[in-house]
Design a protein around this ligand. Structure first.
Ligand code: IPE
Ligand code: IPE
Ligand code: MG
Length: 251
């Protein structure tokens, strides 16, 4: 890929979002936190539609982190029920709109009914390719990296892999995101300036857009504003302003 893309006049190919602020949205109204999560789940459809209109190919949403198990049990089970409902209500729309559902994270540790619905939804949408909608569920960047290291170590132990052949490309092929391009744009809602264990490897050169908007209030116009912000950036990948246009970007 050539660095004429360094000043991206086009839309990002891959957008990742840390969907934050559901609890604050509910608190502002004196409502229980789950109300905020419920409202937040409605934003997903709006944003997925806006991504498709803009020509974004990959949308990756941080829905439940490996640390979110620390929340009160009723909030965790409420989130799982919401996810189940989201899947049962939205798969038909996904099929109609050409959306392929994927996941990253340790979904095998999710409650069995959620896991079952997820597997079915992924199978039912497997042939779509207009938008790859990836839900990060029981996902943690460190956990993903450790798991990749474990897989590589197994290969070395079995004699199928030489330590000298471990490089960035091979490492990336052991991550949950294998086959996907790295995110071009990371959006975090509700103003927090942190990564919170999201896509630690993949975000190396991602442009970051933080908005004060809470996730339940985030809509198509906010997505457009984030894309416009992205388009105004100059991506240099470590090169200088003078020679950035002639470097080759690792894909
Ligand atoms: C994000 O909203 C949703 C999840 C982490 C599941 P929060 O629930 O973190 O909302 P705040 O940060 O408390 O406002
Ligand atoms: C990050 O939000 C996780 C998700 C959006 C799923 P959190 O609300 O859990 O992150 P912290 O605790 O503020 O870092
Ligand atoms: Mg939060």
């Amino acid at each position: 890929m050539h660095a004429s893309l360094i000043t991206p006049s086009t839309v990002p190919r891959h957008i990742a979002i840390i969907m934050d602020g559901n609890g604050r949205w509910a608190r502002e109204r004196g409502w229980p936190r789950l109300k905020g999560h419920e409202q937040g789940s409605l934003s997903v459809r709006r944003v997925a539609d806006a991504c498709m209109s803009a020509g974004v190919e990959y949308l990756t949403l941080y829905a439940f982190s490996t640390e979110n198990w620390r929340r009160p049990a009723h909030e965790v089970s409420g989130l799982m029920l919401l996810l189940e409902r989201f899947l049962s209500e939205k798969v038909a729309d996904m099929i109609e709109n050409g959306v392929r559902l994927a996941t990253i994270g340790r979904t095998e540790a999710l409650p069995a009914p959620v896991k079952k619905r997820l597997d079915r939804a992924m199978a039912d949408t497997a042939h779509n390719n207009r938008l790859i909608l990836t839900l990060a569920l029981n996902y943690g960047g460190r956990d993903e990296i450790v798991e990749a290291a474990r897989g590589i170590a197994r290969g070395v132990q079995a004699g199928t892999l030489k330590p000298e052949s471990i490089n960035q490309e091979l490492f990336a092929s052991h991550l949950d995101t294998r086959g996907m391009p790295d995110p071009d744009l990371l959006i975090r809602t509700s103003g927090e300036m942190r990564i919170s264990n999201f896509l630690l490897w993949q975000l190396s050169y991602t442009e970051i857009h933080v908005t004060q908007k809470l996730w339940p209030d985030f809509g198509a116009d906010d997505l457009k504003a984030a894309i416009a912000d992205y388009a105004s950036r100059e991506r240099r990948y470590g090169a200088s302003m003078e020679n950035a246009a002639s470097i080759t970007i690792p894909s």
